[in-house]
Design a protein around this ligand. Structure first.
Ligand SMILES: *Cc1c(COP(=O)(O)O)cnc(C)c1O
Length: 455
């Protein structure tokens, strides 16, 4: 009996196949050979499992399909119609046009990233950020690292290693995406001392926990959930006073770096960076890509001598921000200095979008899509661990199961379209919220929905 493997072509025979050869003009020859080897390997496994030897044409077809997949990045733009403005899984904050232009400008060629043009000698990347970040926060000094988890790690490592940091039990939490405050503190070598209970922590709880080993009190604005009812937390001013009376530091992890009063949009007041600085926090830490609306970054503002020490710490080098992010963060900060954040920064444009504008777009979508799409009153969410139960009133397009397709099937067809469209399922309907969709994408979205409905 002949071995079923004998009918498999060799790597070299497939490489000269008339449909494989053109791949060599699009891909490195080693990559083509590797794809062919992977395909043959898979065929051998299938044969060993009792399947028949696939015909050569089928192998070629599969190699071509693999090549096509490999040549497109798996990371691609999507249309976020979920109504969640800061969606961590969808890349958090979209950037302003100016921030994107700034990234492109410094990426295309060389820049004075770490070069002092006046003196013609080595400079520092933080100088491009510090003045701006101080201006918008009111702090004495500022710096930025790769992300806020990194900022917390850096601050605790540099200032509290092998010492105690006191934190309320209600704040020693997981923020999302597996970022757990106790785990990061452990990693830094600081010893976490939890005080109070989950729902109530008083100033006296902190006071009683202070020892000669204490380095800092820490507040974490853990805002991706809310404990309601019988709740007591300590105002930041009181924590600052207590810390300073004992010669300790007060570190404030704000999470979402908010500079704008959210109550003007009918939301709860998210604590702002300026309030934290004004209350006397020694260091205030926050993300660049949540409510700040900029690139991924961890920003630290606070007292000059503390920030200077952090800048010199070896971890600062390991966590440093790349030039494109420095450029985008500076451009984002300039929007605040110019008082144009609500018009220019996409997350704030979305938050500030007037309901009549949303309603008009929703009606246009509904008309273009036709039945069974209809308009409902809904809520857009801030997301990104901010204002968990708040929402902004919005109008959504709702699509129920239709033409033999369930709502989950419809949602999947939209996700697998080009471009992918991400909606949200509620009460057995697929909801699409115009608030988080760039108006320039309106017609693309309508076409994608029509295609998913099988039109
Ligand atoms: C989001 C968040 C972090 C983590 O910030 P990244 O920029 O995602 O690293 C840390 N602390 C709080 C309170 C947060 O909300």
């Amino acid at each position: 009996m002949t071995s079923p493997f004998r009918n498999l072509p060799s790597v070299s025979r497939l490489l000269v196949h008339r449909r494989i050869r053109p791949l060599l003009s699009q891909m490195a020859s080693d990559s083509v050979a590797e794809l062919v080897r992977q395909q043959l390997q898979e065929a051998r496994r299938a044969i060993a499992a009792g399947h028949e030897c696939p015909p050569t044409e089928a192998l070629v077809e599969s190699v071509l399909a693999r090549a096509e997949l490999l040549l497109q990045s798996t990371l691609r733009p999507v249309i976020n119609a979920s109504g969640v403005i800061i969606h961590t899984n969808l890349g958090r904050a979209p950037l302003s046009r100016e921030a994107i232009a700034a990234m492109e400008a410094v990426s295309r060629g060389y820049s004075n990233l770490e070069f002092d043009l006046t003196e013609g000698e080595r400079g520092h990347r933080q100088v491009h950020l510090e003045t701006l970040l101080c201006q918008i926060s009111g702090a004495q000094a500022a710096m930025a690292v790769n992300n806020n988890a990194g900022a917390v790690l850096l601050a605790l490592t540099a200032l509290a290693k092998e010492r105690e940091v006191i934190i309320s039990r209600g704040q020693a939490v997981e923020i999302g995406g597996g970022f757990r405050i106790p785990a990061v503190m452990h990693q830094s070598g600081a010893r976490l001392v939890e005080v109070g209970t989950t729902n109530r922590t008083y100033l006296s709880d902190y006071q009683q926990a202070i020892t000669s080993d204490t380095a800092a009190l820490m507040r974490v604005h853990a805002s991706n959930f809310r404990i309601i009812g019988f709740v007591e937390s300590t105002p930041l001013e009181d924590l600052v006073r207590l810390a300073h009376e004992h010669g300790l530091l007060l570190m404030d992890d704000l999470g979402s770096g908010c500079l704008i009063d959210t109550s003007q949009f009918g939301l709860a007041a998210e604590p702002t960076i300026q309030e934290s600085v004004a209350a006397g926090a020694d260091l205030t830490l926050f993300s660049g890509d949540k409510l700040l609306g900029g690139p991924q970054a961890g920003i630290i503002v606070g007292r000059e001598e503390l920030v200077a020490g952090l800048r010199r710490h070896p971890l600062a080098r390991a966590l440093r921000l790349d030039k494109a992010s420095v450029a985008a963060l500076a451009a984002t900060a300039i929007h605040y200095v110019r008082d144009e954040a609500l018009e220019k920064i996409p997350v704030w444009r979305m938050i500030a979008m007037p309901l009549p504008t949303i309603e008009r777009r929703a009606r246009r979508w509904a008309r273009a899509i036709g039945a069974p799409a209809h308009i409902l009153h809904g809520r857009s969410m801030i997301g990104g661990g901010s204002l968990p139960e708040e929402g902004l009133p919005t109008r959504v397009i709702a699509i129920p199961a239709h033409g033999g397709r369930s709502v989950t099937e419809l949602a999947q067809r939209l996700r697998l379209g080009q471009p992918p469209v991400i909606g949200r399922i509620e009460h057995d309907q697929l909801l699409l919220d115009p608030r988080t969709v760039a108006p320039a994408d309106d017609s693309t979205l309508v076409e994608a929905v029509a295609a998913a409905l099988g039109r």
